[in-house]
Design a protein around this ligand. Sequence first.
Ligand code: FAD
Length: 351
Amino acid sequence: MRRNLGFLLKSQRDFYKFVFQSIFRTSNLSLSNLKVTEHLKNNAGKTLFSIEILPPMKGESIQNIFSAIDALMEFKPLFIDVTYHREEFVYKEIQQGLLKKELTRKRPGTVAICAALMNRYKVDAVPHIICGGFSKEETENALIDLNFLGIDNVLVLRGDPVKSEGVFAPHPDGHKHATDLLGQVTAMNQGKYLDTNLQNPVRTDFCIGVAAYPEKHFESPNLPTDMKYLKMKIDMGADYIVTQMFFDNQAFFDFVKKCRESGINVPIIPGLKPMTTKAQLSALPRVFHIDMPQDLVKAVEQCKDNDAVKQVGIEWCIQQSKELMQFGVPTLHYYTMSKSTAIKEIASAVF
Ligand code: FAD
């Protein structure tokens, strides 16, 4: 019986691979199938273009995502990140005036979107995997699905708290920190599953990215403590770092210096987002716990409308991108929020 389980896992994996590869063969497509670190190594000395997208809201078409990405494909992203969104509380009326509080996932579909992106664009997809809302077994099953689909890249994160709760609470049988989830992924890379009775289970081969915060994670008492846990993630086997957005490059340069001094030597990818509305002057610091440089604040405050803000945001991001490129970053990673016009203008000026 033990033997059969291991065999089943392997044959199921081969079956999925066969089906997936058959689809690619019949549609005359080929998979890129490289790890993020391989892309960076193959393009050493160059700065690549990469993006993050969000799955559409439940009920929306995937075509919305395709339209945004189609417009950016001329800049040849070699990998595309897809965020993961945990469930949120919604209130449903069950009788007149009587409300029921329910948990629902408003942006499902991360794994399927990754497969669709690889199919349509021949790029490598990087699904975000989060602790929040998942038991260890559900995480293991998701990782098995990814492995069967030939997706060998993951960005491992703790995840945001449930909206309206403010404080992160782990699933009772889940992970509390990205380090714990990272431990599960690296264990599977060594062929260690939750069920220790499997005979010769397949070793996955995930390339693992982790998040970092040049201006410190908001819950961390200080930057050295945050850096200590970042170093722990790298020592545990994370292959590269993607940063939170920032608007002052000096924060990134200082952060990279501190990482190198702490013995963190993996690639550090800067995350960038252009400002597009005046409301973001307070929304971005509130949601992402980042500072805005005074020059940018002043320029946005002087704008008559959001069209003007968008132009200021694009110009700022172009300058940031050019300076980061000169610094020698491996890729400029843009948070698109699944919209393309601003990013297209920036990429046209930079690449
Ligand atoms: P952790 O590494 O667990 O860190 C959280 C806090 O705990 C930090 O203060 C850290 O210093 C501390 N800490 C870390 N390890 C330990 C430990 N072992 N013991 C004690 N303290 C520890 N959220 C989503 O929900 N979905 C997404 O798709 C998503 N994508 C993101 C992509 C990027 C590039 C970034 C930067 C963030 C993303 N987020 C996403 C947000 C992220 O989940 C939140 O910022 C979350 O609050 C922290 O995630 P983390 O992986 O950094 O957590």
